[in-house]
Design a protein around this ligand. Sequence first.
Ligand SMILES: [Zn+2]
Length: 342
Amino acid sequence: MIDRVCDLEREALEALGEAGDERSLEEWRLRYLARSGRLSMLLRGLGDLPDADRPAAGKEANRVKLALESAHAAVSRRIETARLEVATSIDVTLPGRRGPRGGLHPVTRIVREIVAVFGQLGFRVSEGPEVEFDSYNFERLNIPPDHPARDMHDTYWLDIPGRSGQILLRTHTSPNQIRIMERQRPPIRVVVPGKVYRYEAVDATHETMFFQVEGLAVDRGITMADLKGTLATFARAMFGSERRVMFYSAYFPFVEPGVEVAIDCFSCGGSGCRTCKGTGWIEIMGAGMVHPHVLRGVGYDPDEYTGFAFGLGPERVAMLRYGIPDIRLFYSNDLRFLRQFH
Ligand SMILES: [Zn+2]
C-alpha cells in the first residue's frame, strides 16, 4: 500500500511539472486530488488493510495528500504571477499600431468633388455603359458616318461578328445624353462621370483611357443664361470664388451654339505663365445648348424644350489643381505618386 501511494506521488508530481496554465492545472487537480481522483481511490483501500499496517499506511497517505496539495498551490501561484506579469507589461496607454490604409486616387477625388458641386445645384448622378453603339456615341449626337468630327475621336471598334462597325468603346460620355433623354421626360438635370477611350498616341497630355464628367439639363425655358450661371458657379466652386469666367464660341456637333469655358489663371492671376501657356486663361470645359436635331431624335419637341450640355476632364482638373505635369502619372500605378494625395 505504501509503495502504491509513493508511486502515485511520484507520478503526480511529474505530471504537475507539465501543467503550464490554469486549465491544465485544473485537469491535474481533478485527476489526482479531487474526491473522485486517484489518491482518494487509493485511500478507500485503507479499510481492507490488516489493523497493524493501517496506521503507517494512513500516515503515509496523509503526507502525500498534503505534499500534493502544497505543490498544487505553488504551481497555481506561479501561473497567476506569470499571468499578472504579462498583463502589467502591456502599456495600455500606448496608441495602437496603425494598419496600412489605402487612399483615394486623385482622379476619384476630383470626380467626387465635381459631382458634389453639381449635386448642390440639383443635378443627380447617372452612369452608362463603356461599350456603346455607334448610334449612341455618334449618329444620334448629330455625328453621321461621314462627319469630319469623327476624325477627332480615334475610336476603338469591337470586332463582333455580324456587328462590324457598330460597337465601340465610348469615346466620350455624351452618349448618356441620349440614353437619359430616351428614358425619361424633362425636367432633366444629371451628371454622368465615367471612363472613355481613345485610340491615340500617348503623351504628356493624351491617354488612351481617361475620365469625363458629362452634364445635361433639359426643361422648358432653359437658356444660355442658365448655362452660364451654372458653369460659372461650378468653376468658382472648384477653382476659387474670385475666378473670372469666360465663355467663347466653340464647335461641337451636338450643341448649338457651342462654347468653351475658361477661367482666369489662378497661378499667375492673368499675367501669363506656364500653366496658362502665357495667355492668362485656362480652358476647363466644353459646353453648349443641346442641338435641336438631338432633341428631335429622342422625341422631344425643340420648340417646347431646350437644354444645355457640358463635358469636362477630371484628369485635366487634377493636373491644374495639383500642378501635375503628365497625364500618364495617373495610371502608371506608381505608389510614390499616388501616396501624395492620401
Ligand atoms: Zn498663368
